[in-house]
Design a binder for this molecule. Sequence first.
Ligand SMILES: Cc1cc2nc3c(=O)[nH]c(=O)nc-3n(C[C@H](O)[C@H](O)[C@H](O)COP(=O)(O)OP(=O)(O)OC[C@H]3O[C@@H](n4cnc5c(N)ncnc54)[C@H](O)[C@@H]3O)c2cc1C
Ligand SMILES: NC(=O)c1ccc[n+]([C@@H]2O[C@H](COP(=O)([O-])OP(=O)(O)OC[C@H]3O[C@@H](n4cnc5c(N)ncnc54)[C@H](O)[C@@H]3O)[C@@H](O)[C@H]2O)c1
Length: 509
Amino acid sequence: MAMANLARRKGYQLATKSVSSETLRYSLSLSSFIRSRGFASGSDENDVVVIGGGPGGYVAAIKAAQLGLKTTCIEKRGALGGTCLNVGCIPSKALLHSSHMYHEAQHAFANHGIKFSSVEVDLAAMMAQKDKAVSNLTRGIEGLFKKNKVSYVKGYGKFVSPSEVSVETLDGGNTVVKGKHIIIATGSDVKSLPGVTIDEKKIVSSTGALALTEIPKKLVVIGAGYIGLEMGSVWGRIGSEVTVVEFAPDIVPSMDGEVRKQFQRSLEKQGMKFMLKTKVVGVDTSGDGVKLTLEPAAGGEQTTLEADVVLVSAGRTPFTAGLALDKIGVETDKIGRILVNERFATNVSGVYAIGDVIPGPMLAHKAEEDGVACVEYIAGKVGHVDYDKVPGVVYTNPEVASVGKTEEQVKELGVEYRVGKFPFMANSRAKAIDNAEGLVKILAEKETDKILGVHIMAPNAGELIHEAAIALQYDASSEDIARVCHAHPTMSEAVKEAAMATYDKPIHI
Ligand SMILES: Cc1cc2nc3c(=O)[nH]c(=O)nc-3n(C[C@H](O)[C@H](O)[C@H](O)COP(=O)(O)OP(=O)(O)OC[C@H]3O[C@@H](n4cnc5c(N)ncnc54)[C@H](O)[C@@H]3O)c2cc1C
Ligand SMILES: NC(=O)c1ccc[n+]([C@@H]2O[C@H](COP(=O)([O-])OP(=O)(O)OC[C@H]3O[C@@H](n4cnc5c(N)ncnc54)[C@H](O)[C@@H]3O)[C@@H](O)[C@H]2O)c1
């Protein structure tokens, strides 16, 4: 609105009535920016080149093009969407949903009066449904590239200079792509463990675990983080005996302690076994299955554990292999993450980095936010990402979602705080659908009531958390949430009640 007024005052014409104020804002500021910086127009040189077509890279490329910058994206895997779409977020959520439906059919339908004589898993069909979702979505991004006029080069990119990337194309050719600004968005890869060689058959990474052709009788998962618990849930629900070996004293070490305890109990009830404070010191794949040698994390007597398949999910590591970063002098930290400033600029002028390859949470939505902010800075605007307010969700059942600080972190900060909790046992919608496990927990600063962190365990916690994310972003108080009218009967009412419990008293408990 303000821009439209400015346009009128300055005598600009709105070209067509379909031009939105947003488009106008970008085009006005961008045309003057292009004039002042001498950006490419119609030449072979790009304003922006993005290496990597994952959530960070493809979103940065589309946003750059929307900002009027001539943009090319280089991707080596032959499909857009990166780890997330091809071998991460999307295929895992497809399998989590399919396996959840099977589990519900076996264990929950009868409570709702739905009975049938037998239910079975067709693994090939389950995998085909997952693959269909992935291929539809990757093609969708190619469509978005065309719509936004992003050039797409399929091949492996390597720096020749800070403004030139040589690409070995997938069709066997070679080309050099030039750009005034180059964004590295090459993501991450599975972190390997000493003495544990991934063969994607018996010893698998998440990629192998998303494509097993048989249900393993015994699955051992190394690492009780996001991937281990999600993929462990998938295979556990459809028949595997799942044991999770975790080095730390707790599962998902970054989670709020109280919520984590309830979460672990819930997973154990579903049949998942945990061996905490334990490390894998060796694997033997010479027989039919796998024999693991384990040792207490603090050292001590060794034990063995047998498995048909072992999933290595002990974290991911930044991926920069083959980029020739040393050739142009881009700085990385001790664990290989590219160092950037608040504008995502590396130490080399004109070279930027975003997503999993830089420090910060390794999450798709964080990579997307990085991508948008990075190109906004490149276009002379101001970008914004607040890593303290990035929601995290474990998509098990129940899901666990959180945003902001855990109680342990708040304590460590020495801030005086209040806690408000509300269990789904007292939420009418959760009772109506017979799925009342979990709680909402809110932490707020005692003096100001400003919300510091929100933690939710519920079947749809990943959806419920965004009310809290908005509240945190706008520095809302728990009273602000509590005084917003929430529809009845919804699971969201538990968020309102937890907010009431934080600054005053809840009604329904
Ligand atoms: C099993 C699994 C499940 C996950 N689930 C979730 C989830 O539910 N929610 C969530 O937020 N996050 C999830 N993640 C994490 C998420 O996938 C990553 O945080 C996200 O993909 C990072 O995006 P990115 O763009 O930085 O990198 P990536 O998605 O890794 O993309 C980088 C791309 O760059 C390409 N590339 C690398 N080097 C070159 C080169 N030299 N030339 C050309 N191309 C190159 C790669 O082929 C890749 O496609 C999951 C990860 C895994 C493994
Ligand atoms: N739902 C989601 O958003 C989602 C899903 C999957 C993956 N991801 C992202 O992918 C990244 C990688 O996932 P991940 O599960 O591999 O990593 P993670 O960092 O979530 O968990 C790794 C776990 O392995 C443990 N560990 C490390 N070394 C070990 C060892 N030698 N033996 C036993 N345990 C060990 C760690 O203590 C930790 O609990 C995550 O950081 C996450 O950001 C996100």
